[in-house]
Design a protein around this ligand. Structure first.
Ligand code: ATP
Ligand code: MG
Length: 269
């Protein structure tokens, strides 16, 4: 492969600021001796969907997990650098990680509903966070979350059935509803459609469109068409580096870095 510059190309519109919803500055992640993320700085804006793209193993999931400290759950992982949420360092030892993960929710590649009823899948989070004062309150949270996730009409008559009895696409929307139920500010999604068929994928993409603006959304995807469809901001990663960060249409039609162009045009990956 050709020699590439390791300097990040940041498009003018994306110039790093300190008032973004979440900011990452010089973030590096190590698994033991091995470095998976190399000094990445990026802003995540409230009003946009940000896509992380790049070939397998380039560090997308590892970097995504930094935003709600999910790497804390991996023994050998070590995170360096700064990540702020509304200007507050999320790696501050005083930060309540349970609270953080309610504010910065996560949806995984494989839908992972709890082996409980559809209702309980949604009610669990609001209950432990004390968000509902009465049964009526809780019913309302469950209904609103399922409605926002575009699932209400399909499940309203079977809320007592197990979440695991739903189809894969419905389970993924249930997981999104569960993330929404605790009123998050940011939603991280790691390849949320990779286990879904095209119809279920289209539904989740529609849902992401509807959620845009209400939550800051970061989505990892291998599917460049998907990134082009659902995001307004795209970050391209390669070998642990953030290569280029800019408006999605520009990244796809007029990339500035050679490495981005080579990836977009299918020369590697
Ligand atoms: N738990 C772990 N322990 C050790 N190394 C890990 C762990 N998770 C990831 N890695 C390594 O870190 C690097 C980045 O992996 P990561 O999963 O973040 O990549 P990715 O871009 O999400 O890839 P993919 O597109 O295949 O999901 C890889 O070299 C991987 O082997
Ligand atoms: Mg991954």
């Amino acid at each position: 492969m050709a020699e590439y510059d390791t300097e990040t190309v940041v498009h003018e519109e994306m110039t790093l600021r300190n008032d973004a919803k979440m900011t990452a500055r010089d973030v590096s992640v190590f698994y033991g001796q091995k470095q998976a993320v190399r000094s990445v700085s990026i802003d995540v804006d409230s009003h946009y969907v940000t896509a992380f793209i790049g070939p397998s193993g380039c560090g997308k999931s590892t970097f995504l997990r930094c935003f709600n400290r999910m790497n804390d759950t991996i023994d050998i992982a070590r995170v360096e650098g700064d990540i702020d949420l509304d200007g507050r360092d999320i790696y501050d030892p005083k930060m309540d990680v349970v609270q953080l993960r309610a504010r910065v929710g996560m949806v995984f590649q494989k839908p992972n509903p709890f082996p409980k009823s559809i209702y309980e899948n949604i009610a669990y989070g609001p209950r432990i966070h004390g968000l509902a004062e009465s049964k009526t309150d809780m019913d309302r949270i469950v209904e609103t979350s399922l409605q926002r996730a575009g699932l209400w009409n399909e499940v309203k008559d079977r809320l007592d059935e197990s979440g695991t009895a739903l189809s894969g696409g419905q389970q993924q929307r249930l997981c999104i509803a569960r993330a929404i139920a605790v009123d998050p500010e940011v939603i991280l999604m790691d390849e949320p459609c990779s286990a879904l068929d095209p119809i279920a994928t289209a539904k989740v993409e529609e849902l992401i469109d509807e959620l845009q603006g209400r939550y800051a959304i970061v989505i990892v995807t291998h599917n460049m068409q998907q990134a082009a469809r659902v995001s307004q901001r795209t970050a391209f990663f390669h070998l642990g580096h953030l290569v280029e960060y800019g408006p999605t249409d520009e990244i796809f039609t007029n990339p500035k870095a050679d490495r981005t162009r080579d990836y977009i045009t299918g020369r590697f990956g």
